[in-house]
Design a protein around this ligand. Structure first.
Ligand SMILES: Cc1cc2nc3c(=O)[nH]c(=O)nc-3n(C[C@H](O)[C@H](O)[C@H](O)COP(=O)(O)OP(=O)(O)OC[C@H]3O[C@@H](n4cnc5c(N)ncnc54)[C@H](O)[C@@H]3O)c2cc1C
Length: 422
């Protein structure tokens, strides 16, 4: 079957907060034809079916559909072409994508491509949880779709698994759907921060060892760090967090992936290893707030505009950023070789452990580049941020830049802090 071939100035894949915000800024700045592809029937990404008020500015939070609606309106008002029901399926060239949608098969070539395909929670099949394959095992995204989009029913007794704030959304959605939440189970040593509304029994330092039941879920077997085992009766389990960037399209195009985030490796200009291809949003790092994804989209638009204006040749950051345990990953994860980024730019990191009074230590080839004291305790499942001002001191020809974390509280005194290892 033949494909209709077209060209556009910028092709954005994914109409979630990141893609919409990037597209709106690009179109408003006169980037030419900016086209956004969205495989779902409605634009807006995850927020369009997240009805709780937790999106946008902290002082005036919006519910997800309203947050998504504003981004859609802004993109349309700026002149973007928003095409829903259209999936980018593969690449026919460095900036040429094959698509399928209501108008059939197309091949679209762009001067710049922005990948904004988001992230999903790791499903049961990928978590390698032993046991039977009963009904009643969902991710938060599936729970929201079942309850909110399709008006479906969940069971009567539920267990929520996870340590990120999204676990609390699962608790609230289950309760609204009439289920009793028996427990929130997490492998982390601490629970997600709860408000009085969320109060739920929390079992920390514990993993789900087995799912039981034939047909419908009958319960979960839990194992704590000391090897102790318990069985909880329940007919629903919601597996939350533990994000996987939706990197399939990026991978098909040959984009280098970062081993920590498993999303495309990008520098602070959101450039991937493929010339003319940028990546933004949760595709880069898993589940961060919608406002962060949108801010990344806007920031990336500035760099896309430079590219369209025929700025310098494509130089994807050569120097990788690597983290030391208990840090899990950092994004962006390449150092931009063209000088320091604007001061407001920062890196996002995650830790596997709770660290009181954390200090981030940045070094390259044994040379300390920076030391940043963080204002708050670093917690698993919560973002930690590193300011980018040290980049000017990094050697673009040097080895990887390493980021470690130290705890001031364990050994008081600036010089006495040590890197935590596990
Ligand atoms: C249950 C839950 C609750 C949340 N609650 C909050 C909250 O209270 N506050 C908050 O700030 N954040 C919250 N978040 C996080 C927020 O939803 C995300 O940060 C945000 O949606 C990320 O935006 P994104 O554009 O990167 O990705 P997404 O929103 O995931 O959008 C990506 C889009 O790309 C499309 N796509 C993917 N591949 C293709 C392809 N090949 N072709 C075409 N289209 C494609 C997808 O269909 C999707 O619409 C929550 C997330 C979840 C799961």
């Amino acid at each position: 079957m033949s494909r209709t071939e077209r060209t556009v100035d910028v092709l954005v894949v994914g109409a979630g907060p990141a893609g919409l915000a990037a597209a709106a800024r690009l179109a408003a700045a006169g980037a030419g034809r900016v086209e956004v592809l969205e495989r779902e029937q409605q634009p807006g990404g995850i927020p369009r079916h997240s009805h709780h008020r937790g999106f946008g500015p902290r002082h005036q939070p919006l519910d997800g559909p309203r947050f998504a609606g504003r981004l859609v309106d802004a993109a349309v008002a700026a002149g973007c072409v928003l095409r829903t029901g259209v999936t980018a399926t593969g690449w026919a060239g460095p900036r040429t994508l094959d698509t399928t949608g209501p108008q059939g098969l197309e091949r679209i070539t762009a001067r710049a491509v922005v990948l904004a395909t988001g992230a999903r929670e790791r499903p049961r099949s990928a978590r390698l949880i032993p046991g039977t394959r009963p009904a009643g095992v969902l991710t938060t995204g599936e729970l929201l779709q079942t309850v909110r989009l399709h008006g479906g029913r969940v069971g009567g007794r539920a267990v929520v698994v996870g340590s990120e704030p999204v676990a609390l959304h699962a608790v609230r959605t289950l309760r609204r759907a009439g289920a009793q939440v028996v427990a929130l189970v997490t492998e982390a040593p601490c629970a997600p921060v709860q408000s009085p509304r969320h109060r739920v029994p929390v079992i920390t330092d514990t993993a789900v060892a087995e799912l039981t039941g034939r047909g419908r879920l009958a319960g979960v077997r839990l194992r704590d760090r000391d090897g102790g085992s318990t069985h909880l009766d329940c007919d629903t389990v919601v597996l939350t967090g533990d994000w996987i960037p939706d990197h399939e399209l990026a991978r098909l195009g040959g984009t280098a992936l970062d081993p920590g985030t498993r999303g495309p490796a990008v520098d602070t200009a959101f450039r991937t290893s493929l010339p003319g291809v940028f990546a933004v949003g949760n595709l880069l790092h898993g589940g961060e707030p919608g406002a962060i994804a949108a801010a990344e989209g806007r920031s990336a638009a500035t760099h896309v505009l430079r590219r369209l204006a025929g700025a310098r040749p494509w130089r994807h950051g050569q120097v990788p950023l690597a983290v030391e345990r208990p840090l899990l990953w950092i994004a962006p994860n390449r150092v931009h070789p063209d000088g320091p980024p604007p001061m407001e730019e920062r890196f996002t990191l995650r830790t596997a452990e709770r660290i009181a009074r954390p200090v981030l230590l940045v070094s390259q080839d044994g040379r300390e580049l920076d030391r940043q004291h963080l204002p708050r305790t670093a917690l698993p499942g919560r973002a930690v941020h590193l300011r980018a001002g040290w980049i000017a001191r990094a050697d673009p020809e040097g080895g990887p830049v390493r980021v470690g974390v130290m705890s001031d509280s364990r050994q008081p005194g600036a010089g006495a802090a040590r890197i935590l290892t596990v």
